[in-house]
Design a protein around this ligand. Structure first.
Ligand code: NAD
Length: 559
């Protein structure tokens, strides 16, 4: 173990009657450090990844059923998860959970809740540290599943597994911090302020960070003492099953976490509406997130609590290029932010706002830089731009490109060539001369399509940058300290990056999340995140004892 977590396996369980095992002991963990990314310039790392890809290829097509109370339960129907790089290849078949199974998963989580709530925080944290160890051991294999199921290029898939490890390590430590009650004692009175979990938490995740986001939301809910029903996105349901394997290997008690693959529109509303669900942690599109927020506000007669909704939603992220920007850095930063992983990151750049004097030169350089990006199947080590996730996304992005032709000048249209028939490929596209209010400058596209907007000065650039309903990420390339200071103040987004790409936030170092229509909730991987999963309580005890407390039984007293 390289993090200093010395788990004591024999003492990890609660006592049979569900009370916390008070004797649980764990050495204090070392301070949190971000998990290093794999260095693929090393031959042994490349070989390990190749071997994992071959090993996983031999397992494609397996069926994964829901897991409730630690038991796989078969389903009447299944759905196929396809490889977007080679769309005829089935990565896995997943059980299409029924309404009854969604209800059963909530019932199991409800039954497991009291014992899990009473399990010591240190013990719950230790389960996460164990999960992190399992993921380290299975690192290349877990990344390989992402390459196949989500078309995620190797490096990005590796980073996703590293981020999953980070969430477990970080939230485990955060829980140890939060578990210390705040005391405000005065003579004759003890006051304790502490947190306890909310209850059954439904975690609904997107496909684009297929393990990290599902893992992060689930780990936060679990470590704070909530029980969890994990509903992965359809497109990444196999990776959801792999995360469930990780939690099982970490020996989480039965019922504490369920894996519920299925169709969002079918079982999502059942979970959200369920009167025994205390909290919904959602990451995904604005439309679905707002719908969930509305639905969760309805109170059923038998319901005893008001549901808490956490919703991390989309973005329309912009980078401003100042007139003194370092062109080499700016071009590289924009291309990487806009087209890496085919633009399918919520943090991706989809607008670049260029100051007048640099505009034409910048666009010319950006086109050449974009031309050099390799469009390839995700397993290809040289791939930067892989496929988009599925046929629906492919069609939607193609339609957006057609619409964009009426809204701007298509200055670069990459060609997927022979890959067109192999998978869901869309090469990068760049539109210039786009008006700030055009739909391609206002609506999230979630694909490799970039709008270039021209601004006469920094005032106008900031007005454009802030002029969408979203506030997730943003960036600036500038050499002027004065302009940097101004943009820091006035470009209002959740994560602002100066003179670097705007994707790739790290747990703890760059807590991630936005506001306005980009979501409700505080930042993933940050110091306030776990607070959303708990209820604060205060207990006051009058300790001024008047008279005396006899230490003999009442029966022996004679009054
Ligand atoms: P999506 O909204 O289509 O799906 C997300 C999840 O919701 C899936 O698990 C889906 O099955 C489920 N779902 C669908 N309909 C539902 C319903 N009626 N009730 C309950 N659940 C339902 O999003 P996606 O396509 O998977 O992900 C892409 C979106 O996620 C983009 O908008 C992106 O910006 C956003 N995103 C945001 C962040 C962030 O941190 N802010 C991170 C990643 C992705």
């Amino acid at each position: 173990m390289d993090r200093g977590q010395q788990a004591n396996h024999d003492s990890r369980r609660t006592t049979p009657d569900g009370r916390a095992n008070q004797s649980y002991e764990m050495d204090a963990p070392s301070p949190f450090r971000v998990e290093p990314l794999t260095d693929f310039s090393r031959a042994e790392a490349r070989r390990a990844m190749d071997a994992a890809l071959a090993q996983v290829a031999a397992q494609l097509g397996t069926t994964y059923f829901p897991i409730i109370n630690d038991q796989a339960v078969s389903t009447a129907a299944t759905f196929d998860s396809l490889n977007p790089s080679h769309c005829k290849q089935i990565v896995g078949r997943c059980g299409r959970s029924s309404v009854e199974q969604a209800n059963a998963a909530v019932a199991a989580a409800k039954a497991a809740f009291p014992a899990w709530r009473n399990t010591e925080a240190a013990q719950r944290a230790d389960y996460l540290f164990q999960a992190a160890q399992v993921m380290r051991r299975r690192r290349f294999e877990l990344a390989a599943w992402q390459v196949y199921e989500c078309g995620k290029p190797r490096r990005e898939a590796d980073a996703d597994v590293a981020e999953s490890i980070d969430y477990c390590e970080f939230y485990g430590r955060e829980m140890l911090r939060l578990a210390q009650p705040r005391r405000r004692d005065v003579p004759g009175e003890e006051n304790s302020y502490f947190y306890e979990p909310r209850g059954v938490t439904v975690v609904i995740a997107p496909w684009n960070f297929p393990m990290a986001i599902l893992c992060g939301m689930s780990a936060a809910a679990l470590v704070t003492g909530n029980t969890v029903v994990m509903k992965p996105a359809e497109q990444s349901a196999v990776i959801g099953a792999k995360l469930m394997e990780v939690f099982q290997e970490a020996e989480l008690p039965p019922g504490v976490v369920a894996y519920l693959p299925g169709i969002g529109e079918e079982i999502g509303p059942v979970l959200v509406d369920h009167p025994d669900v205390a909290m919904i942690a959602f990451t995904g599109s604005r439309g679905v997130g707002l719908h969930i927020n509305r639905q969760a506000a309805e109170v059923r007669p038998e319901q005893q609590l008001i549901k808490r909704v956490l919703a991390e939603l989309g973005g329309k992220n912009a980078i401003i290029i100042d007139d003194d920007a370092d062109m080499d850095e700016a071009v590289h930063g924009v291309a990487a932010s806009a087209f890496g992983y085919a633009g399918q990151k919520c943090s991706a750049c989809s607008r670049v706002i260029v100051l007048e004097s640099l505009h034409d030169a910048f666009v010319a350089r950006l086109i050449e830089a974009t031309r050099s990006l390799k469009l390839a199947p995700a397993e290809d080590p040289g791939c930067t731009v892989g496929p988009v996730i599925d046929a629906d996304a492919h069609q939607r992005i193609r339609d957006t490109i057609e619409k964009g032709k009426n809204e701007g000048r298509l200055v670069y249209a990459g060609d997927a060539g022979a890959l067109k028939d192999e998978g869901y490929y869309i090469a990068p596209h760049i539109f210039a001369g786009v008006a700030a209010e055009a739909s391609i400058a206002q609506e999230e596209i979630f694909g490799p399509v970039l709008a270039v907007l021209r601004a006469r000065d920094l005032d106008r650039a900031l007005e454009i940058a802030n002029g969408t309903p979203y506030a997730l990420t943003g960036g600036l390339f500038s050499r002027s300290p004065e302009n940097i200071a101004r943009v820091k103040r006035e470009f209002r987004v959740g994560n602002l990056y100066i003179n670097r790409k705007i994707t790739g936030a790290l747990v703890d170092r760059q807590p991630f999340g936005g506001f306005k229509m980009s979501g409700i909730g505080s930042k993933a991987g940050g110091p306030d995140y776990l607070l959303q999963f708990v209820l604060p309580r205060t207990i006051t005890e009058n300790t001024l004892r008047r008279g005396f407390a006899p230490d003999v039984g009442a029966a022996e007293l004679e009054f």
